[in-house]
Design a protein around this ligand. Sequence first.
Ligand code: SF4
Ligand code: SF4
Length: 135
Amino acid sequence: MAYKITGKNIKDDIVEKVEEISGQNVFECYQCGNCSAGCPVVDYMDIAPHQIMRLAQLGATEEILNCETIWICSACLQCSTRCPKGIDVAKVMEAFRTINLRKRLAPLNPDEIAEKDLKELPPIALVGAFRKMTG
Ligand code: SF4
Ligand code: SF4
């Protein structure tokens, strides 16, 4: 029988917390890439949404908690509507942001955004990221 990666063999407190906060089972993801293909800000992310899902499955949560992607995500829900497995990927992103903020890990600092990034980042990404700092 083929080995199956599930929440039973990947024991990670953060993955469990993400599932508790988001109500989503990250192990349902089969890596089709639809979420990343439809994400309007994927080009500005350091880890694409489908890769976030894979890292979560593997318990590599520190990578996710310290990445820029969760702050670039504008919570537009495009990924959630495109997932053939019905995973609300936007909720998974939100859960990682919530955990990051609770741990106070590298929150977005407006004074540290490079001038070049300010010119190139889509406004929705910045609006979304700052909304998360105040919401
Ligand atoms: S919710 Fe975030 S990850 Fe999903 S498509 Fe929108 S910007 Fe991309
Ligand atoms: S669209 Fe759904 S199943 Fe496909 S990679 Fe993204 S989260 Fe996984």
